[in-house]
Write a new protein. Structure first.
Length: 181
């Protein structure tokens, strides 16, 4: 197997793996949103029809919103739909633009790593405390932040690796020369 073929296979494999993880996150967010809507339907039915308000709905809603937001944010980083100011980056020459994009990915990767490690400490700290009404460890709420930080770090690291592989691949100079012609 040639170097070009192995780089293409590696690139394709990493992209497929990232796509699968992102789709799984979106599926989990969708299921959490469906559960959120259903539980609020139950809350309204219980309060106004049965005259017995289910008190656990609020705590479950807070837990589900954490997962929806954090997993959605991680996928937003993967899909590059997160908030960003690209005016100055887009005005730069292509070579400099690549450096700025790489620097942005490095900053995001470091942010994800710090978020994951800090949230992991909070996860460990909250294991002995129970969420009211749900009677599950508080750590289940902070697990969403741990996952988000880890996924942001993973997605950015993979994007950096793929960018470097594409920049230094044998045919990248050929492609750059074709773009200039």
């Amino acid at each position: 197997m040639t170097t070009k073929t192995s780089l293409t296979a590696l690139t394709r494999g990493l992209t497929v793996l990232q796509d699968c993880v992102a789709k799984l996150c979106i599926l989990l967010c969708s299921l959490a949103l469906i559960t959120l809507v259903a539980t609020f339907g139950w809350l309204v039915f219980g309060r106004y029809v049965l005259n017995a308000t289910p008190t656990w709905v609020e705590q479950l809603a807070l837990l589900l919103v954490c997962y929806i937001v954090f997993l959605g944010a991680a996928v937003g980083v993967r899909e590059q739909t997160h908030l960003g100011v690209t005016l100055f980056r887009d005005a730069l020459p292509p070579a400099l633009r690549g450096v700025v994009v790489l620097a942005g990915d490095i900053v995001l990767m470091v942010f994800g790593a710090v978020m994951c490690l800090s949230s992991l400490e909070l996860f460990q700290f909250g294991w002995s405390t129970l969420l009211p009404m749900l009677n599950i460890p508080e750590s289940f709420r902070t697990l969403s932040a741990v996952l988000c930080g880890g996924l942001i770090c993973l997605f950015c690291a993979t994007r950096i690796l793929l960018g470097l592989l594409n920049a230094f691949s044998p045919n990248s100079q050929d492609q750059n020369e074709l773009k200039r012609a």
